[in-house]
Design a protein around this ligand. Structure first.
Ligand code: ZN
Length: 247
């Protein structure tokens, strides 16, 4: 069910559903993707999962902003720091619990939110009848599939994210090019926890490949693994516990 389309009376009879809150960011994604990329991805995948199981899922609107401190210096980015973001999420979870839900998934598609999401979900769930699983969209299975498809699971604004979003939201496509020279290949290795994106890449893209591939057929194939992972989490709630992975 779509929570926002129900009345306060109607929602009462769906408290056994798993509430899903998509969680994204409003941040620069290089020259080929829009600012709301992560939010769109979380929202689109969660909508597909809800559509295939409307009685089992209560889909809430996305939290469209996150902690994007690493993107300081790029115009357009809006960010809330990790401490304040955790308070915002805690408030939302408290209201979900008051509404009678006992199962929720914070479905996050932004790497910069992973640690804060894991922390607040764990802290909150220990003290509440509502258990909230923090799920990062890019599970090990998703990343392995991305590597099969693109040769690498890129970090930000590169082949996988661009192909995925261009499939999910064709209306936001910025280029018709299928192959683009990567001006600033990113070596990876956790540098993002120590440096800003601006220091690592002038155009804001973080990808190891020297060429960026945009392929919506591959984007569709990847989206199927994302849907499968979230569907599994809903059907086996709370699953094996933590579903977050480090980026
Ligand atoms: Zn992103």
């Amino acid at each position: 069910m779509i929570a926002g389309n129900l009345t306060t009376e109607e929602i009462k009879s769906h408290k056994n559903a798993v509430a899903i809150i998509p969680f994204g960011a409003f941040e620069q994604h290089g020259p080929y993707l829009p600012l709301l990329t992560d939010t769109y991805i979380a929202e689109s995948i969660a909508s597909m999962v809800e559509a295939s199981n409307p009685t089992g899922v209560m889909l809430y609107p996305a939290v469209w902003f996150g902690d994007s401190i690493e993107h300081d210096g790029f115009d357009g980015t809006l960010s809330v720091n990790a401490f304040d973001m955790m308070h915002v999420l805690q408030n939302l979870f408290e209201w979900l619990a008051k509404s009678g839900f006992s199962k929720a998934i914070l479905y996050n598609a932004h790497g910069g939110n992973v640690n804060l999401a894991a922390t607040i979900c764990e802290e909150f769930s220990r003290q509440s009848s509502l258990k909230v699983v923090s799920m990062f969209a890019y599970t090990p299975a998703v990343r392995a599939r991305a590597k099969d498809l693109f040769g690498v699971s890129d970090t930000h604004g590169g082949s996988t994210e661009t192909s995925l979003l261009y499939y999910l939201r064709p209306e936001v496509q910025k280029t018709k090019e299928k192959t683009i020279q990567n001006l600033h290949p990113y070596p990876g290795g956790g540098l993002l926890s120590l440096y800003s994106v601006r220091e690592l890449s002038e155009n804001g893209v973080l990808e190891k490949n020297v060429k960026i591939t945009i392929d919506t057929v591959k984007g569709k194939a990847l989206s199927e693994v994302l849907v499968e992972a979230l569907t599994h989490q809903v059907e086996h709630f709370p699953g094996k516990g933590k579903t977050t992975v480090q980026v």
